[in-house]
Design a protein. Structure first.
Length: 601
């Protein structure tokens, strides 16, 4: 992406304000941005049919950069040289420096000029690689998603060699799903833009409070835009002037004394509202939503002879509440309802009758039951993952590398798994405050059997089983397959139970209600996978599992030490699913956990 300069301060701003704006540093390029540039370079090189080793070098570099916790731009700004990184030589190091300092890369710009715009986007559709993208381009002139959609509609794609009915149907579904998710962001993508902006706004001298409302506050699995409320003097023109000087503002779409609509360099739209103290709580409730929850509250207010809006709760023109969000609910005869529950899904009735759940918090977790090391497709060693878990203060961490069937992830066969178990024993002797559990993420094969024999699974503390293939089976076949796996003697937890990848693919067809019922009957567990692209189970299935008494494991599915931080997104999803600490498997102590795992066999 070409570098863009921040929007200038408004003409009405003072000379001092304009001088201050010039002194503001540009927003630093983070490691994620550098990794994205390397991935785009790799995509474009693939489309040019470049050397596979060169392509792989850029993809590996993207993974390596993404796994580093220290921001490279910060090191360079401080005059510190980049550290030596595995697989990154002189040429790639120079490109890291170039991107960190300019938010651009000469090679990327050259490739963009050479490759028709839109082809790289086609590359990310499921089932279609560089060879097929080139085929579409050279034989049909297809270079964009709309062009592909049109070619699919008129049957041209189906007539190409290698484009069977299943692939064509998959492309139609993928394009439809992409259109439905347009302009929405996964939670970490939204957070990467929201958190620096919030820090900036909270640091303004004239602002007493700054809060992000909307779907971000409700912890929806994807976010369309940001609604930010500032508590400040609405008559103070300096507040909005300072908002517009935020360095990452790419475009000011509209602005007034108390409201502005902005687009950030990262692409998100932000609506900022300045609210006085007397109405801040009411505005926070109103703009947090959801729409259905707000309608239900306003209906309740009318039944009590009141009027509720973004300025407060009124009766006969007198404000009864508005300063604090809790005051709004209290004045309506309700306890405060956590934002994650505000979907008009029974929360108001539960609040009225004193049955709101005491929602789980991140600090309730005693450990993590799904992670990967360098032995399969992780980025860190077993020891590094253990030390990171120890820093989180956990009692236990389950090591669950992939089994042999998932060859793309360098899955473990019997010999490699046994060597890992010996290494776990040695580490457990060294780390008295943390217990490493011996586990595996074993593939569920097409017939429902597990990828490793019982004689090996019997040696493990925990068996996490997952579907990674044969997504095309019917709902009946997939459900039967998974139920057979759950009936395996050493099965403990079903990982990412529906297989969905947000903004990429829907889950495979499966009767998840039957799976939850079978877990109840069998006495085993399901996973709530905290990877932001999964967040699987969704909130409705979390509620169903809770109702059935099926415990869920909130798991990071970590592939590097920093991925343990993704558990916050799993907790957000669990709260949306009304889960309490008692509903979650890994809130138990080590002794309680081991007892439950043994009982599930």
């Amino acid at each position: 992406m070409p570098r863009r300069t921040p929007a200038p301060p408004p003409a009405a701003a003072s000379a001092d304000a304009r001088a201050e704006a010039r002194r503001l540093p540009a927003v630093a390029v983070d490691n994620e941005r550098i990794a994205q540039v390397f991935e785009e370079i790799a995509d474009l090189l693939e489309l040019e049919d470049a050397n596979p080793f060169r392509i792989r070098a850029y993809r590996n570099a993207a993974r390596t950069v993404r796994a580093q916790e220290v921001p490279f731009a910060g090191l360079l700004a401080a005059g510190v040289a980049l550290p030596k990184l595995p697989g990154i030589g002189h040429d790639l190091s120079e490109k890291i420096v170039e991107i960190a300092r300019t938010d651009d890369c000469e090679l990327l710009q050259r490739l963009r000029r050479e490759v028709p715009a839109g082809l790289a986007e086609l590359l990310h559709l499921p089932g279609i690689g560089p060879k097929r993208v080139r085929q579409l381009y050279h034989e049909l002139g297809v270079a964009t998603l709309p062009a592909l959609q049109q070619a699919l509609a008129c049957g041209q794609v189906r007539r190409l060699p290698g484009f069977g009915a299943r692939l064509v149907d998959g492309l139609r579904q993928a394009i439809g799903a992409k259109a439905a998710s347009e302009r929405r962001y996964l939670l970490p993508q939204a957070a990467a833009q929201a958190r620096p902006l919030l820090d900036y706004l909270q640091g303004l001298a004239q602002v007493e409070a700054a809060v992000i409302a909307g779907s971000y506050r409700r912890r929806r699995d994807t976010v369309g835009d940001l609604d930010i409320l500032l508590q400040a003097d609405q008559q103070d023109s300096r507040v909005m002037a300072s908002v517009l000087r935020y360095p990452a503002v790419e475009r000011v779409m509209a602005s007034g004394p108390t409201r502005a609509s902005l687009r950030l360099r990262g692409g998100m739209q932000v609506d900022v509202r300045i609210v006085g103290a007397a109405s801040f709580g009411a505005a926070l409730q109103y703009f947090t939503g959801s729409k259905a929850h707000g309608i239900a509250l306003r209906r309740r207010a009318r039944a009590q002879g009141c009027k509720l809006n973004e300025y407060g709760l009124y009766r006969n023109g007198e404000q009864l509440a508005g300063r604090r969000e809790t005051d709004i609910y209290q004045a309506l005869g309700l306890p405060w309802i956590p934002p994650e529950l505000r979907e008009d899904a029974g929360e108001i009735a539960a609040a009225e009758h004193g049955r709101l759940p005491r929602l789980i918090e991140l600090g309730n977790l005693r450990g993590d039951l799904h992670c990967h090391t360098r032995a399969s497709d992780g980025s860190n060693s077993l020891r590094e993952m253990a030390l990171a878990a120890q820093q989180h203060g956990w009692q236990y961490l389950a090591i669950t590398d992939h089994s042999r069937r998932l060859s793309i992830a360098h899955g473990l066969d019997a010999d490699r798994l046994l060597r890992q178990l010996d290494e776990i024993d040695r580490l457990n002797d060294e780390l008295p405050s943390l217990t490493l559990l011996k586990g595996i993420e074993v593939d569920i094969l097409a017939d429902g059997s597990l990828d490793l024999p019982d004689v090996l699974l019997a040696r493990l503390d925990i068996v996490v089983a997952a579907v990674h293939s044969h997504f095309h089976l019917s709902a009946s076949q997939q459900t039967t397959r998974i139920r057979r796996a759950m009936d395996s003697r050493y099965f403990n937890i079903l990982a990412h139970p529906t297989g969905r990848l947000l903004q990429e693919r829907d889950g495979y067809p499966v009767d998840i209600e039957a799976i939850i019922g079978h877990a109840k009957q069998r006495g085993c567990f399901l996973e709530l996978n905290a990877q932001p692209q999964r967040l699987d189970l969704n909130e409705q299935y979390c509620r169903l599992a809770k109702a059935q008494g099926v415990l869920l494991s909130i798991a990071s599915d970590a592939h590097r030490c920093s991925d343990f931080d993704l558990l916050e997104y799993g907790i957000g999803q669990a709260r949306r699913g009304w889960l309490e600490s008692a509903d979650v498997l890994n809130t138990r102590s080590l002794a309680q956990l081991l007892r439950l795992l043994r009982q599930s066999r």
